[in-house]
Design a protein around this ligand. Structure first.
Ligand code: NDP
Ligand code: 2IT
Length: 445
């Protein structure tokens, strides 16, 4: 049994009830085989044993009082996975599905993603099973304050810098920042995705979606094509999906679909991003109202999931994990799709990924394709450190540069190990080798 397989079996035995974490570990470790073979020193130093074990896991009670005066209790998490190349960095997910397995899978992915950004950031993730949906601003504020009342002792600008993720946007980050400041009496860059008036970076809101389009654009440029005239299916209607749709539209592509957790739309004229922003960001409503408000276009709305049925050139899953299944992959291939790039973290199931790769679809995995968000968080940290703020164009240009670099580093790593075109292997190895060399240099810790 190979070194990687041995460690995968150990993780399965130790954490049998963490399916998402096992899935992420398996996908990464299996693709590292060529690198592990070329570097026997990794096994000697017990690198994989160490890298699959978070440096620290914090779980805590989050009590708060709802609008009816009733006490509610949620569970909070922060997994500080790896600090070999910088302070822990990664988002906070607020969704009822959140559990330790999901936070560990996200934290594990974050290690390699952050390494790919070229910036000095370790990997971490956190969140809670709190559901912001349907809650008043006051309830969300009381939850966020209670959450930070415990989290504050574990984070810091040089220790751990959380950010947004599903369910955590500008509103939640603002409430958490305020509570940190109040408890510690310090105004510090302890979160990213902050409001622009208190240390946030221009372009951070747009960064994940824009970065996703920039990496797709770079791939197309390398094959003498462009986004102009391409059709795109997007799933999700949150932060990542909205700004991917916006940038795709600006570059002349037509976005046909978007979805939320209740249903999906097919807009044959190209999705009206401003309308989606109004419904999802301003009104915090449902996409089901999109068709009646989209004047002059016959839009289809369907309950449940289904965006991948609509024929497209490019598919961008931007909602959540395991949302693009084998059947969807078969439909995409049959309909002539040629690129799948993951805006979400691990949205494509393992069998779907393998099917797409076997059928010569260019598959850009999340840790490369959605790294623009955390990369721009890294740029926000730099601006906070120098107490300056850069213009939108400066940040956007740096983001673009980083996405182009990630594309080439990933492609080159795959080629170096004789797996040209395998961006999953390339991203995992390029990210891993950077972290591995730092861990080796720092001794057993
Ligand atoms: P948001 O909360 O802004 O949006 C999430 C979107 O996905 C919403 O439209 C939501 O529907 C839908 N969704 C969430 N969970 C489910 C589910 N279980 N089933 C169906 N639909 C669902 O989150 P983000 O856009 O920030 O995050 C989306 C993905 O991108 C996540 O995987 C996240 O980890 C990843 N990501 C985010 C980054 C960021 O900077 N924000 C950076 C890199 C990756 P509804 O509106 O009904 O809730
Ligand atoms: O999955 C991710 O990369 C994020 N949610 C963004 C993390 C960050 O620190 O900006």
């Amino acid at each position: 049994m190979s070194y990687a397989q041995k460690i995968i079996e150990q993780v399965k035995a130790k954490d049998p009830n963490q399916p998402e974490f096992i899935q992420a570990v398996t996908e990464v470790l299996e693709s590292l085989e060529p690198s592990l073979k070329a570097h026997p020193e990794y096994e000697k130093a017990g690198l994989l044993e160490r890298i699959v074990e978070p440096e620290r896991t914090v779980m805590f009670r989050v009590p708060w009082v709802d609008d009816n005066g009733k006490v509610q209790v949620n569970r909070g998490f922060r997994v500080q996975f790896n600090s070999a190349i910088g302070p822990y960095k990664g988002g906070l997910r607020l969704h009822p599905s959140v559990n330790l397995s999901i936070i560990k899978f996200l934290g594990f992915e974050q290690i390699f993603k952050n390494a790919l950004t070229t910036l000095p950031m370790g990997g971490g993730k956190g969140g809670s099973d709190f559901d912001p949906k349907g809650k008043s601003d006051g309830e969300v504020m009381r939850f966020c304050q209670s959450f930070m009342t415990e989290l504050y002792r574990h984070i810091g600008p040089d220790t751990d810098v959380p950010a947004g993720d599903i369910g955590t946007g500008a509103r939640e980050i603002g409430y958490m920042f305020g509570q940190y400041k109040r408890i510690t009496d310090t105004f510090a860059g302890i979160l990213t995705g902050k409001g622009l008036s208190f240390g946030g970076s221009l372009a951070r809101t747009e960064a994940t979606g824009y970065g996703l389009i920039y990496i797709v654009e770079e791939h197309l440029r390398c094959i003498d094509e462009g986004l102009e005239g391409k059709t795109i299916d997007i799933s999700g209607a949150g932060n990542v999906a909205i700004y991917a749709a916006q940038k795709a539209g600006q570059m002349g592509a037509k976005v046909l679909t978007m979805s939320d957790s209740t249903g999906w739309i097919y807009d044959p004229a190209g999705v009206d991003v401003e309308l989606v922003k109004q419904i999802k960001e301003v009104e915090r409503g449902r996409l089901s109202v999109y068709p009646e408000r989209r004047k002059g276009v016959n839009v289809e709305y369907h309950e449940g999931a289904g965006v991948w049925k609509i024929p497209c050139d490019i598919a961008l899953p931007c909602a959540t994990q395991n949302e693009l299944h084998l059947e969807d992959a078969k439909t995409l291939v049959a309909n002539g799709c040629s690129i799948v790039a993951e805006g979400a973290n691990m949205p494509t199931t393992v069998d779907a990924t393998q099917y797409l790769q076997k059928n010569k679809i260019v598959f850009l995995p999340g840790k490369a394709a959605n790294a623009g968000g955390v990369a721009t968080s890294g740029l926000e940290m730099s601006q906070n450190s120098e107490r300056l703020s850069w213009t939108f164009d400066e940040v956007d240009a740096k983001l673009k540069n980083i996405m182009v670099t990630i594309y080439h580093d990933t492609r080159d790593a795959a080629r170096q190990y004789n797996h040209a075109g395998n961006f999953v292997l390339g991203a995992n190895i390029a990210g891993f080798e950077k972290v591995a060399s730092a861990m080796l240099a720092q001794g057993v810790c």
